[in-house]
Ligand binder design. Sequence first.
Ligand code: FES
Length: 201
Amino acid sequence: MVDLPTLQPFFADKLELLAEILGRYPEYGRRSALMPLLWEVQRAERHVSEARIEEIAEIIGVTATEAKGVMSFYSTYHEQPVGRYHLQVCRTLSCALAGGDELYAHVCERTGLVNGETDAEGRFSIQNVECLGSCGTAPVLQVNDAFYERVTRSGVDALLEAMRRDELPPPTRERGGDNASAAKAERQTTPADPTDAGGAA
Ligand code: FES
């Protein structure tokens, strides 16, 4: 008989982290910890497998179906592993008006991938997402947790080149938030081609 490897529970060796997350909520609101727990797994494993969903559901006292229902509502969480560099191009109105669709097509062309695909190497994956909350600095590309605002096609090329060297340039996020300390990119504007205006990378 073959011994199949047993998957160690994700939080088995992260009890301090687990306690910290659960401690953010009152006992009766333990289910509120679902999103941060999913996020910890997603960040570490680039997806949340069925086994991890079941583990989290048990921790917070909901069914796996309930946990999955919440998870499937958000584009942040993935049931299959995404690439080491998960490229998310906003397709909502402000970005579309600023050349987001052309930008998405450019990213697809440069990586050879389309929405939902991951390359064989596991380096890049692409996702067309809804508003990322940076409409005033459209078009926006999010790579993992980093935002690149007013990104251009040449900026995308530079970013992809850097990521092929396993370097992720500092994010360019103008409106503050997590990347408040990031250096702002030097930009030019070219009215005839709003998606190729210099470089956001
Ligand atoms: S429309 Fe793209 S960030 Fe809001």
